[in-house]
Design a protein around this ligand. Structure first.
Ligand code: C5J
Length: 230
């Protein structure tokens, strides 16, 4: 069994890398670049860029160690039939979901803004989950993909910490997956929510999961026996 041990709070976590997937949440232009959904809500999107380099380094280590890598994208069908009116109407955005912005229609599948940033683009046959909601399990086939690959542990990264990362971790925790979150691979438009979101995951003995950082996780992955040789 290719087993690694990762320093984390509230305590170190042992992972069988053959049963562990990295899930990169919503690292899309719509959230990270000017002119997208995040900017339309009045956010400073530059705050999210700090997660890109750690995610990129983690992706390289995870791919080298043979872990399953899964990407998600939040967005809607072009006819918006899967976009709840309450979601479209919420907030005071300069552009609403479906409106035409500089990167195409806001949060609509197939548009430039909806896709993943170049630095973290999926490779090979890595699954990409298109999700209409904040959580990656709701209205998607993520659960089937994980069960069919005998995955028990998720390393969850991406944006934003307290919204789609948190919702996904909560959904995964309720489905019995052990979740490890490298905090510097996540980011929020609201830094205090990022910090509090991470603390909430690890609080009460790890009520939703474990929190670590990319350096500790990459060091553990780099020491992992390759799956083929295990
Ligand atoms: C948000 C997300 N913040 N990916 N989506 O609306 O966290």
């Amino acid at each position: 069994m290719p087993r690694i041990e990762v320093p984390a709070v509230p305590e170190p976590i042992a992972l069988d890398t053959a049963r562990t997937a990295v899930v990169i949440i919503d690292m899309q232009r719509d959230f990270l670049e000017p002119g997208g959904f995040g900017a339309s809500l009045g956010n400073d999107v530059s705050l999210l860029r700090k997660a890109v380099a750690p995610c990129r380094a983690l992706l390289a280590a995870a791919r080298a160690a043979g872990l399953l890598v899964i990407h998600t994208r939040e967005g809607h069908r072009p006819d918006l039939s899967d976009a709840p009116p309450a979601k479209i109407a919420r907030g005071a955005p300069s552009l609403r979901i479906g409106d035409l912005g500089p990167m195409g229609r806001i949060l609509v599948r197939g548009e430039v803004g909806h896709d993943i940033v170049d630095e973290l683009y999926p490779e090979g046959d890595e699954p990409v989950i298109d999700k209409p909601g904040k959580g990656a399990f709701w209205a998607t086939d993520l659960h089937s993909i994980l069960v069919n690959r005998y995955i028990e542990n998720l390393i969850v990264c991406g944006v934003t910490t307290e919204v789609c990362v948190h919702t996904t971790v909560r959904e995964a925790n309720d489905r019995g997956f052990r979740c490890l979150v490298p905090g510097d691979c996540c980011a929020s438009y609201i830094p205090e929510f990022h910090e509090t979101g991470l603390r909430m995951i690890a609080a009460q003995g790890g009520i939703f999961g474990w929190v670590t950082d990319s350096a500790a996780l990459i060091a553990a992955l780099d020491s992992a026996p390759l799956r083929a040789a295990a």
